[in-house]
Ligand binder design. Structure first.
Ligand code: AMP
Ligand code: TRP
Length: 330
């Protein structure tokens, strides 16, 4: 039996939050033993919003170091940088000719981001999900582990795969989203109705993977809760619910165990413990991150080797696509 294929990616657009870690990368690590995994640093996607070249270069390398520090192993999975593999941009063009403006304009992320940008929304922001579909379809991915917010984009990838397969002949695997129930949507510590995001104006809303212990303690202490006063996993207490999810993700304790442990105990102690659980969970990642960042040669060898494998696999799909469309393949 051939292994199933997994594909996912994160944009190198700045430091990652624990939302990215819990909702994405942590799950990727658990998949690498069982599946054929491709984990991409999607730099092409990141330029849909303005990037300072110097920062983009730095963020890209740092993201690779974060991938490694979180436990992704280049012996087990393919780690690569999107712009190193030209097939992504090429397939994206083909798929854009098969995408409907209507469907693209209904994408929640596009609507949100274009509102934030205001006038002169660039076309890349609009076609962003088409490039994402190309990423996934090139590798014939079966499964795509993402957070809840990417579900709509994945639906587009599935539609495009089916549309192409129907118009020509079976070419693409139709991918399935892999969204964990718990941790799929870590919320802002300042507003539990909003997703935790590094683009939040209020830095107390998010915890970064590379945050220092004192910052983590401060942010957890200031996290918005409620006046109910019971540590319970309930929709009526969105702030506390979110904190329990974070606690559970880092301690690996079940939600029920955490509720039991804090029965009759106030939020103060719960938050104190939570901060320590997060700090201890991030410590080994931060230590490894520092040591990878000191070894640029190693990072280079990882992304070079990854690109080689990714190019080989993606080209097979791209050539098939070109042939079916009627391009003369040389
Ligand atoms: P982004 O930072 O939006 O590029 O997201 C990168 C990955 O992290 C995607 O798979 C997202 O679904 C996931 N992600 C981002 N923010 C969160 C969050 N607050 N909770 C859970 N997953 C998240
Ligand atoms: N759009 C995703 C995000 O913002 C990143 C991404 C790009 C991605 N291409 C992908 C995720 C392919 C999964 C598969 O999080």
């Amino acid at each position: 039996m051939e292994k199933k294929v997994v594909f996912s990616g994160v944009q190198p657009s700045g430091s990652l939050t624990i939302g990215n870690y819990i909702g994405a990368i942590k799950n990727w690590v658990s998949l690498q033993d069982e599946y054929e995994c491709y984990y991409c640093i999607v730099d092409l996607h990141s330029i849909t919003v303005p990037q300072e070249p110097k920062n983009l270069r730095k963020n890209t390398l740092e993201l690779l170091a974060v991938y490694l520090a979180c436990g992704l192993d280049p012996e087990k999975c393919t780690l690569f940088i999107q712009s190193h593999v030209s097939a992504h941009a090429e397939l994206s063009w083909v798929l854009s000719t098969m995408s409907y403006m209507g469907q693209l304009s209904r994408m929640t992320q596009y609507k949100e981001k274009s509102q934030r940008v205001g006038e002169n929304v660039n076309a890349g922001l609009f076609t962003y999900p088409v490039l994402m579909a190309a990423d996934i379809l090139l590798y014939q991915a079966d499964l795509v582990p993402v957070g809840e917010d990417q579900k709509q984009h994945l639906e587009l990838a599935r539609d495009l795969a089916e549309r192409f397969n129907n118009r020509y002949s079976p070419t693409f695997k139709v991918p399935e989203p892999l969204i964990k129930k718990e941790g799929a949507r870590i919320m802002s510590l300042q507003n539990p109705q909003k997703k935790m995001s590094k683009s939040d104006d209020n830095e107390n809303g998010y915890i970064l993977i590379l945050d220092k212990p004192e910052d983590i303690r401060r942010k957890v202490k200031r996290a918005v809760t409620d006046s109910i006063g019971v540590v319970r996993y309930s929709d009526e207490q969105p702030g506390i619910k979110n904190l329990i999810e974070i606690y559970s993700a880092f301690s690996k304790d079940s939600i029920e165990d955490i509720e039991k442990r804090y029965e009759g105990i106030g939020y103060g102690k719960f938050k104190e413990d939570l901060a320590e659980v997060v700090i201890e969970g991030l410590r080994p990642i931060q230590e490894k991150f520092d040591s990878y960042m000191k070894n640029k040669d190693y990072l280079e060898s990882v992304y070079k080797q990854g690109a080689e494998k990714a190019r080989y696999i993606s080209n097979k799909t791209l050539r098939k696509v070109y042939r079916k469309i009627g391009f003369i393949v040389n």
